[in-house]
Design a protein around this ligand. Structure first.
Ligand code: HEM
Length: 208
């Protein structure tokens, strides 16, 4: 299997085969955060046991759609010239190699965000994802020619797109309005928890 032929079934069934995906491996350096920090943040976003169940249902609906979701989000990033250079070449022109190489990891994140336990491996890989949006580690995994740092303001602003658009994909599962609300609320909390942890390398620890 080559980097450019990573099929959705690899994303779902064999994530360990995704190039550059170091979740749970010793290649992901330890997060500076503690499990107590994580527990407090989980409480702050109010991610409950009920949300965890709703996320499991969401994962079943989103797994086959993750690829389409990421394609749609990336299309939105390409539309805005001030965002295009972070996923494309530095001048904003398309960089299909970089897109293809990093996409399976982004696809996998949607499933992970719904299913992974909030443990040390979670903390360590979220730290890694945060770093991969910053000049500490961006472009390195895929040896990409692209701008080397995504400003935090865009990371945060784009969270709105990820959360708002996820509802239409969740709705495709045929859930009742109440179940859809539950899943969307749970997914919102999970996304906010992730992105909040990703901001850690951007900010002075005292301010974070
Ligand atoms: C809520 C907002 C965002 C989410 C949920 C998100 C999610 C992700 C995920 C899961 C990955 C894969 C990390 C890995 O496992 O290696 C990733 C990588 C990446 N994201 Fe984001 N992202 C967000 C915002 C942005 C924005 C605003 C941009 C561009 C303007 C962007 C561009 C990229 C790029 C270029 C990579 C590859 C990084 C690398 O070189 O390793 N992301 N993103």
């Amino acid at each position: 299997m080559t980097e450019h032929h990573t099929t959705p079934s690899v994303v779902i069934d064999h994530p360990e085969e995704i190039p550059g995906y170091t979740y749970g491996s010793a290649d992901a350096p330890a997060s500076p955060l503690t499990l107590q920090d994580l527990e407090r943040l989980r409480a702050a976003v109010d991610l409950t046991e009920e949300d965890t169940e709703a996320l499991e249902a969401a994962a079943r609906i989103l797994a086959d759609q993750a690829d389409d979701m990421v394609s749609a989000w990336r299309a939105k990033l390409r539309e805005q010239p001030w965002l295009a250079g972070y996923s494309g070449h530095p001048d904003g022109s398309p960089n299909p190699e970089y897109s293809a190489a990093s996409k399976p990891r982004f696809d996998r994140w949607i499933i992970d965000a719904c299913t992974r336990p909030l443990d040390q491996a979670w903390l360590d890989y979220q730290n890694e994802i945060g770093l991969r949006h910053t000049r500490a580690k961006k472009n390195r995994t895929d040896h990409a020619d692209s701008l080397d740092h995504i400003p935090m303001r865009y990371l945060l602003a784009f969270t709105a797109v990820v959360i708002a658009t996820s509802r239409q994909y969740l709705a495709k599962g045929g859930a009742t309005a109440k179940e859809l609300d539950r899943m969307h609320a749970a997914f919102t909390k999970s996304v906010m928890l992730h992105v909040t942890v990703w901001t850690r390398p951007y900010v002075d620890p005292v301010n974070w």
